[in-house]
Design a protein around this ligand. Structure first.
Ligand SMILES: C=CC1=C(C)c2cc3[nH]c(cc4nc(cc5[nH]c(cc1n2)c(C)c5CCC(=O)O)C(CCC(=O)O)=C4C)c(C)c3C=C
Ligand code: FE2
Length: 291
């Protein structure tokens, strides 16, 4: 895949007092470059009404999380980066029991491909420009919002290379204030059908599970008995997809039990709205940060 065609994923996280909003368009349609470019154009038009919301916005903590895929920053990153990419079943999907070969095959193909890719990266300066571009976009977004008197923290998380989304989410504690973690860093979570409210699954999440939910769009929990993350459906293929691409609609909402159940549930309903706006051609920053 051409490096130039690979921007990726744009996601927004809004912390509203105690709520986390996010939206992730990872592999949907052809949004990749378009979405990233939108960061640059998310400035408010003269006629956009922001002022009326300002006092409200300024009291809130607002975070924006830009998600991208990442790329190798140096030539020695190329093989491990390719491994991360090929080990992702969203990129290369093997049927049935062949799934067990995902990691060895990822290792093999990454090692075989790396020399050719390294040459390509050497020709464009020795590494991928994705991180630099995404950081610049984050700064541009921050400045555009500051110019409108909207004070936000903008973060960047990558799926296949540094800074990994999981690490960013671990670090950005303030984004997760709304969830009441217990002393083991866990919170009870329930996945509900957005339309019917039916409870699909109940389990525990930690910050890593949350990051995985955000990046994979599949219901993921922390297994207390195995002390590991598990994605519902990873063996049965019967995933709980939190977003239905065909309907362009969020289909599962997560609620975290704790102080703020209502609030956090609300945030995921809002997430749906943000998602729909991102999918539409005419999203405005006022929609994004001032819901
Ligand atoms: C089997 C080959 C490949 C498939 C299938 C594939 C799908 C795929 N890739 C991305 C995202 C990225 N790919 C990137 C680089 C890259 N990808 C492949 C191969 C496949 N990708 C290679 C060999 C490379 C290395 C570069 C090269 O040699 O051409 C990158 C990094 C871009 C950068 O700026 O460095 C990303 C990101 C997606 C989303 C995808 C399928 C949906
Ligand atoms: Fe690729």
């Amino acid at each position: 895949m051409e490096a130039a065609s690979l921007s990726g994923v744009l996601s927004y996280t809004k912390l509203c007092g105690s709520s986390l909003y996010y939206s992730d368009d990872r592999f949907s349609r052809n949004l990749h470059l378009q979405a990233i470019c939108r960061v640059g154009v998310y400035t408010l038009g003269e006629n956009d009404v922001v002022e009326s919301h300002h006092s409200h916005a300024m009291e809130e903590k607002i975070g924006v999380l830009l998600l991208n895929l990442g790329g190798p920053e140096t030539l020695k990153d190329v093989q491990p980066f390719l491994y991360n990419l090929f080990a992702d079943p969203d990129i290369i999907q093997l049927p049935g029991l062949f799934k067990l070969l995902q990691w060895p095959l990822a290792k093999l193909t990454s090692v075989l491909r790396a020399p050719k890719s390294e040459k390509g990266y050497a020709a464009i300066g020795g590494g991928s420009p994705l991180r630099k571009i995404t950081d610049e976009q984050a700064n541009a977004l921050r400045m555009a919002l500051e110019a409108k008197n909207v004070n936000v923290s903008v973060y960047v998380g990558m799926r296949y290379w540094y800074p990994f989304t999981e690490e960013v989410i671990e670090q950005v504690d303030t984004l997760l204030d709304g969830i009441k973690w217990d002393d083991k860093g866990l919170a009870m979570a329930i996945a509900q059908n957005v339309d019917t409210g039916a409870i699909l699954m109940q389990g525990f999440v930690n910050k890593g599970a949350l990051a995985t939910i955000i990046t994979s769009r599949k219901a993921t929990f922390f297994s207390r008995s195995r002390a590991t993350l598990w994605t519902k459906g990873e063996t049965s293929n019967n995933f709980i997809n939190i977003y239905d691409k065909r309907r362009n609609k969020l289909c599962v909402q997560f609620s975290w039990r704790g102080f703020l159940l209502g609030h956090v549930r609300l945030l995921l309903v809002k997430l749906l709205e943000i998602q729909e706006q991102i999918g539409s051609s005419n999203i405005k920053m006022s929609n994004l940060v001032l819901i």
